[in-house]
Design a protein around this ligand. Structure first.
Ligand SMILES: Cc1ncc(COP(=O)(O)O)c(C=O)c1O
Length: 466
């Protein structure tokens, strides 16, 4: 012991044992969680500057601790109000989130139970339940009963993991055929594909071949065919988007999938936002062709009403995912030398939270029909507000919505007009609607996934665009 260390007698069990102190702090935190979860008037809130946060929150961490009461109070009164309420009914930017009460509440259980979701050995029960959800999703998408995968952190990691498996699959096929490896691997996708595809390509050091979609935003088989003809066997994957981020447009999956009859490629469907809409009878037909995918992703934290963060990654042949991703190390032999299903083996990760469980609990509680209804409501609302925008003078729909994203322009507005209007909306705590653009023209968009969002709320936002 050095002379500068405090002389108090250490009690290293203090933070872990069940005591009056830990009981009180658990009560405090659960009480806050309960209040937040059941409040129906949580404001939108807004970010504030680091300078202002420094002033209001200051430092929380010192050698002795400030106590749970003060720490929680600082969170409740200073830090939380500096975070936008992403599940607010009038949060309409990017792709919002709208977790069910059941899913959020069960997320607390996942934490409280210290579940490990990486291996069957440690988390069999949790993995079993997650796999039930993945199997249900696979059935909805028309994939075979042998399909399976894993919940990963988000769509970016899901796309990366799927593409890594796709390249590994192509490498193996070429090795077995004695064919020469291409100098450069390529992935074909729409010019409107999500930025995470380019990110995955950078990480993998492969080339993206962007293919122009039609004027309606849909990538079609004939355009993909031209890219396949040009780049031949160097194309290890084609990515089709099932619900683009900006417009919610679903590529023509059927014509892209049909190319599999003539060309040898891995079809990955990025349905991070939109594939959930397949649960609705209003949109199901748009996804014909997804049943031929080699891998798909859909993010429950987007339109399947789960809390952050969760992406369901499903392989048609899970073995292809396992071959690409299983980590080998002496200390892991116990896990990898068995035939048991270990979720860690199916993506670029090892330690993992059983992040599929909140969705499992909510689905088990409410049943799939409740999900169909909630998703259908947002699609219907998107079409109703699109019709209203079309009807009103001074507005222009950029494209007819397919799912639940409505992109529109206020005629004559510059980017600066949208910026100022959007800032005013948030400042007034009215709504969170950010500017966007398409083909160099500024616009804005409503991304609707929350069943609590109403037509009247959206119409009132349009009223502010004077
Ligand atoms: C179509 C699409 N793919 C991928 C992603 C990336 O997902 P995440 O933000 O969960 O990494 C998004 C995010 O909005 C998306 O819309």
């Amino acid at each position: 012991m050095t002379t500068s260390e405090p002389s108090r007698s250490p009690r290293p069990t203090r933070m872990h044992e069940v005591s009056a102190e830990t009981t009180d702090l658990v009560d405090l935190v659960l009480d806050y969680s309960r209040r937040r979860l059941l409040a129906d008037d949580t404001p939108l809130d807004r970010p504030i500057s680091e300078f202002e946060l420094d002033r209001r929150a200051g430092r929380s961490i010192d050698e002795h601790g400030i106590g749970a009461e003060q720490a929680l109070s600082r969170f409740e009164h200073v830090l939380a109000p500096a975070c936008i309420t992403t599940d607010h009914a009038q949060y309409l930017s990017f792709i919002p989130t709208a977790p069910t009460k059941a899913a959020i509440a069960f997320d607390l259980v996942v934490s409280a139970s210290a579940l490990y979701g990486g291996s069957w050995l440690e988390g069999a029960g949790a993995v079993y339940a997650e796999n039930e959800v993945l199997a249900w999703l696979a059935r909805e998408f028309g994939l075979p009963a042998t399909a399976g995968g894993v919940f990963v952190q988000g769509g970016t990691l899901g796309n990366l993991s799927a593409l890594v498996a796709a390249r590994e699959h192509a490498r193996l096929a070429m090795t077995l055929a004695g064919a020469p490896m291409p100098d450069r691997w390529r992935v074909v996708c729409s010019g409107e594909a999500h930025s995470s595809i380019a990110s995955a390509a950078r990480v993998m050091d492969v080339e993206v071949v962007p293919v122009a979609p039609g004027d309606d935003g849909m990538l079609r088989g004939d355009a993909v065919r031209a890219a396949l003809d040009e780049h031949g066997a160097s194309v290890f994957a084609v990515v089709a988007t099932a619900g683009s981020t900006n417009f919610g447009i679903v590529d023509d999956l059927a014509s892209i999938a049909a190319l599999k009859d003539e060309y040898d490629f891995w079809l990955h469907v990025d349905g991070a936002y939109g594939l959930a809409a397949m649960l609705s009878p209003l949109a199901r037909d748009r996804f014909t062709g997804v049943e031929r995918a080699d891998s798909v992703i859909v993010d429950p934290h987007k339109w399947l009403f789960a809390p952050f963060d969760a992406c369901a990654l499903i392989y048609r042949d899970p073995e292809a995912g396992r071959r690409a991703h299983t980590q080998h190390a002496e200390y892991l032999d116990t896990l990898t030398e068995t035939s048991e299903w270990s979720p860690s083996d199916y993506a670029a990760h090892l330690t993992r939270r059983a992040r599929g469980l909140p969705l499992w609990f909510s689905l088990a509680t409410h049943g799939a029909a409740a999900y169909r209804d909630a998703i259908t409501a947002s699609i219907r609302l998107a079409h109703e507000i699109a019709a209203e925008i079309d009807r009103r003078g001074g507005f222009r729909l950029v494209r007819d919505p397919q799912l639940s994203v409505v992109v529109f322009e206020r005629e004559g507005w510059t980017k600066a007009d949208y910026d100022a209007w959007s800032a005013r909306l948030l400042e007034a705590q009215h709504a969170f609607v950010t500017p966007s653009s398409h083909a160099g023209r500024p616009n804005t968009r409503f991304a609707i996934v929350n069943p609590l969002t109403t037509f009247e709320q959206l119409a009132a936002i349009l009223d502010t665009m004077r």
